[in-house]
Structure formats: structure tokens, C-alpha cells
Design a protein. Sequence first.
Length: 302
Amino acid sequence: MRTRRLGKTALRASQVGLGTWPLAGNAGLAGYGAVDPERAEATVRAALAAGITLFDTAGIYGDGFAESLLGRLLPGGEGGAVVCTKGGFSHFAQGRAPDRRAFKAEVAASRDRLRREVIDIYLLHNPPPVLIGLPDVYRPLQDLRDHGWIGHIGVSVARAIDGWLALDRPEVEVVQLPFNLLNTQADQGLLSRAADLGKAVLAREVLANGWLSGRYGPASTFAAGDFRQHLPAEVKAAIAGDRAALEPYRRPGESWVDFSLRFVLDRPEISSAIVGARHPQQIEALSKAGTLSPSPSWHPAD
């Protein structure tokens, strides 16, 4: 598994990270449906065995289930796994930022569940754009970082374009944003600007919530509890059309997972591509992609 440095921080982690939202069930935040705890544990263990060292989670994933899962299974200390978690989602969803007391309570709960004295990376979880640029939003996290509870502060944005606001904040060392073959907003100058500033970029939704996995098409249906079941037919058809237009760029015999990850990892400004998994068998594909070298060029395959 290849590794990359996270911006100017001292952290180094696998170029493919495991996202734990699909492992968390639907408590707290609607996700991909019910989860079998034993299968979730097996998936994390498979990721560790494959050399994945970056794990992305959030306090709201499964009402803490995902963080607790990582807390039981991940090695800590120097040289251990790098954990990135997020907080403030319920406050931000109401258009306001958590106050100092609320942030302290969230971070304390995450530390307990993760069983870590210091959380490597703590991100604001999808704050509205109007709040991203306000210094007061970051002060509670700065205090907790100074107190030794947080290693690095960052922002997870709902739209890549909002990442520009995060880059302007000196407190922000890590920006997490959606980036994939179907959503290239971040490639419009934002990635190069992040590199110039020494900010780490974590790409999420690399497989576009599964639509770039090669498993789903316009006629696909999803189980009860899976947020994708509510996607209108016309949207599914549009996604399928956009994906078909990418076929000339896919190499002969190349899986959609490898193709999608190659596109993201070809950008050296990206520190890690975060991919969710629900089964240990899916880790094998991520492990293979984690060894990919940058492509010599990006052009239609012969």
C-alpha cells in the first residue's frame, strides 16, 4: 500500500483510506441500511491487513457505532492508524455552529469511543458556507488542540466549491471534499491552491456513493434503509449516461473501481482517497488500487 504525506503535517497515511459511514447503519445519519456488527468488524480487520492506515469516521455515524468500532480495533500510538473524525453536524444542519461547551462534549465523546488521547484529525462536519470563513467557529477546536485533544483541525465540505472558503482559514490544515470522475469541481484550481498552501486534501465520494463501482445501473434498486433508494429514475439515467461517456478513458480490463481511483490518485495534491466498504471482500479491490502508481498521462485508452 503506497502512502502519502498529509499536507504540511507530520502525518503520513495510506493513499487509500477506509470510510466507515457504510459500516454504521442508519442510526444518527441515514446511510446504506442495516449493518451486521460482525461483518463491520471483519471489514475493518481486512482493511488493516491490507495496509490501510487512514480511517475516516464521524460521531454521528451510527450514533457513535463507527467510532466505537474503530476504537476497539485500531492500533494507537506512534506509527499506528491515522483517524479522521468529524463533529458539529447536527448544529450545522440547523445553520449554527456549536458553542465551546458543545464542541468540547462532542470531542470528549469521540475520544472516549475511539480510545485515543489525541484525535489525529478533527473536521467540522459539513458546515454551511456562511460559517466556514468565520474565525469564531474554529476557536473551540483551537483550544482543544492546545489542550492536547486534537492533532489537526480541518473542514469536511458538502460541495467542493466550498473548499475555497476553508483554504482561506489559517486554522485549517485538512480539507475533505467530494471528488470523482462525475464531480470534478475540485479540479478547477482548488487542488493546486491547496498544495501551494500546504493543506492536506482528503477526497471522499470517490466512487460516487457506489455509482462508479461498476455494480449499479439505471435499473438498480436498493434495500430499505439505503438512502439511494429514493433517487429518482431520471437521475439514475443521467448518472448512467455520464458514466458511459467515460468509457473511452477506461483501460482494457480495468475495473471501474481501479479506473475511478486512478483518476483521483493521479492528482498528487490528494493525500488520500477515502472509499467506503460494507464487506471485507470489497477491501481486496481497495488494496489493489492502493498500489497504483500515477498514470503517465490522462487520455482515452487505446
